[in-house]
Design a protein around this ligand. Structure first.
Ligand code: CP3
Length: 345
């Protein structure tokens, strides 16, 4: 990593060091809210796009060029490593990941083999090309958290209540832990491949883990997420841990071993800092729907996020979840500039 990169506001904030301004990027910054994204994606399926390095580089760069965000997020999807080991799945527009034969028994779990770098050559190639192109802007690699991946595999697609997932978790804990062990190994491999190719930080998106209670998180999820973060420790890159609806889980998520905890919009950052505990930076947490309101509504709320974020030992400004597809890109441009100007020290 070059000195410029290591000294970037984003990586400094993740390490809880003083910053010239609060760094900002947006979950789902690359994607459907951008007309230039829709243009380059025309005629190419999501998974085909993820396997085409030229497209991955272009789409990852689009929001960085447009907004001057402090970090880029790798254009891919949480199901890419599962597809790469042979799981029969696709990403259906407007729905999300759909699995042909859901994983519900020991034989389905046994088929989930480890991920090798040679399964995803296009990931290595894309990350290497991106790191050159981005120059002084850090690239965030990512993977899905094991609960979220398990839910897609078991349910066969998006789910409101995660019924079958929880049925296995509570009713067949040995099967559950075997599945989580395999997903943990795949996730760890996928993240290490991205860092080996040059990613400067990683984020674990356990988007749907807010569906479990803290006591169950501790029993059924924490052992696995802890192994993922511990398995990345030797790489020396900041590790970000994010989920939605995790207000009650912030304390136990803080124990999993990430350097930065992502917070959705439901818990103010000063309160989140108390729940997560010392020794962590926070990332978040403007409600993405606020951006659908006029700027004079957005500005005081963004200022409030910045002010509360000062309570944390480090703060990376973000939304509380992904950019909504109907968001006007000009609002994100204005928000990026506002965060930079209002936080300048
Ligand atoms: O800009 C970024 O954040 C980088 C790219 C990214 C995508 N997916 C691209 C994508 C990232 C980080 C993800 C992660 C992801 N994928 C998560 C975790 C983050 C979160 O939002 O909670 C989850 C749960 C998924 C699964 C998934 N993939 C969903 C729910 C969807 C949306 C389906 C839809 O069309 O409503 C996808 C598809 C997807 N992943 C799109 C993009 C840009 C849209 C596909 C398209 O443009 O055709």
């Amino acid at each position: 990593m070059t000195a410029h990169l290591a000294d970037s506001a984003f990586l400094r904030a993740c390490r809880r060091e003083p910053v010239p301004h609060t760094p900002v990027w947006f979950m789902r910054q690359a994607g459907r809210s951008l007309p230039e994204y829709r243009r380059v994606r025309e005629g190419t399926s999501m998974l085909a796009a993820c396997a085409t390095p030229d497209l991955v580089v272009e789409i990852t760069m689009q929001p960085v060029r447009r907004y001057s965000t402090d970090a880029a997020i790798f254009f891919s999807d949480i199901v890419v490593p599962l597809k790469a080991i042979g799981v029969d799945l696709d990403i259906t527009p407007g729905v999300g990941p759909v699995v042909g034969s859901p994983v519900r028994d020991a034989s389905g779990i046994a088929a989930l083999r480890p991920l090798e770098p040679s399964d995803v050559p296009y990931v290595t190639e894309s990350v290497q090309a991106l790191v050159k192109e981005l120059d002084r802007v850090p690239l965030i690699g990512f993977a899905g958290g094991p609960f979220t991946l398990a839910s897609y595999l078991i349910e066969g697609g998006p789910s409101k209540n995660h019924d079958r997932t929880k049925a296995m978790m509570y009713g067949a804990p040995e099967l559950w832990h075997e599945l989580m062990d395999r997903l943990t190994a795949i996730t760890l491999a996928f993240l290490r491949i991205q860092v080996a190719a040059g990613a400067s930080a990683i984020q674990l998106f356990d988007s749907w883990v807010g569906a479990v209670a803290p006591v169950d998180y501790r029993a059924y999820v924490l052992p696995h997420t802890s192994r993922i973060f511990a398995g990345l420790a030797d790489l020396g890159v900041p590790r970000i841990h994010f989920g939605v609806g995790t207000g009650e889980l912030l304390g136990v998520m803080g124990e999993a071993g990430a350097d930065v905890v992502g917070v959705d919009w439901r818990v103010p950052l000063d309160e989140a800092a108390l729940r997560v505990g010392p020794g962590k930076a926070l990332q978040g947490n403007l409600d993405p729907a606020v951006l659908l309101a006029p700027w004079d509504v957005v500005e005081p709320r963004a200022r409030d996020v910045l002010e509360r974020g000062r309570v944390a030992e480090g703060h990376v400004f973000n939304l509380g979840h992904g950019v909504l597809p109907s968001t006007d890109p000009d609002q994100l441009a204005r928000l990026t500039d506002f965060v930079h100007e209002a936080s300048a020290r």
